[in-house]
Design a protein around this ligand. Structure first.
Ligand code: CA
Length: 232
């Protein structure tokens, strides 16, 4: 197999050398230029000197943890557009939720296969390249068509009646297929930031939506402990 350099720079932040080198080996083989960092502080220095195209960020790091790194990267205008794929330990759903809400783009739970990491990274980089999706553009996915302007949803060409909150929940998920959104992120998309809404009320909207969408409701997946995702 011939790998082609694609000139994309990936920063891999992981203190466990074995995992870092495994990731580096596989990403290099796939044609990426890889920089490694063994701590959060080292990661920030690396990002400060060369802006990477994507960061693979372990959350469990000595000293400054991954969530703090994520927060700093995503709150600085110079670095906030750099996609972050988090690596987390099993059972750390609250960290995953916190990371996604800080702006991380995706996550993988350890142990993970390098093949899956590559697929996730490619999806995140692709989304970033397509980036300029507008909120007003109709969404066509599977057998659904969603017209934000008209507040209209068609399943197999047949209109489905729903409340405007249900519509917005569906739209926020379907316009980003494959993304996991936390309940808070869905709520923010529906009501604007800081609208007091319980996680339970989002669950209630999802139940109602699935019912109204019939078989198309299966495209809304529950990601246990984290949130919801519209199937790609
Ligand atoms: Ca670690």
């Amino acid at each position: 197999m011939v790998s082609v350099m694609n000139n994309q720079n990936i920063l891999v932040v992981e203190d466990e050398e074995e995992i870092r080198e495994l990731v580096r080996y596989n990403l290099t083989k796939a044609g990426y230029a890889v920089t490694g960092a063994a701590s959060g502080e080292e990661a920030l220095r690396a990002i400060g000197s060369t802006l990477p195209d994507l960061v693979v960020l372990d959350l469990m790091l000595p000293g400054m943890d991954g969530l703090s790194v994520c927060k700093i990267v995503k709150s600085d205008p110079r670095t906030r557009d750099v996609p972050i794929v988090m690596l987390t330990a099993k059972g750390e759903e609250s960290d995953i939720v916190a990371g996604l809400e800080l702006g991380a783009d995706d996550y993988l739970t350890k142990p993970f296969s390098p093949r899956v990491l590559l697929a996730r990274m490619r999806a995140v980089l692709r989304r970033k390249a397509d980036g300029a999706e507008t909120a007003a553009a109709p969404v066509q996915i599977h057998n659904l068509v969603i017209h934000p302007g008209r507040h209209e949803v068609l399943v197999d060409g047949v209109p489905v009646e729903m409340t405007s909150t249900e519509f917005r929940v569906l739209h926020s998920l379907a316009r980003r297929p494959g993304w996991v959104l936390t309940r808070r992120q869905i709520s923010d998309a529906v009501h604007g930031e800081n609208y007091p809404v319980t996680e339970r009320s989002i669950d209630v909207q999802i139940v109602a939506l699935r019912k109204k969408l019939g078989t198309a409701g299966d495209y809304i997946e529950t990601v246990r402990g984290v949130g919801y995702r519209f199937k790609e």
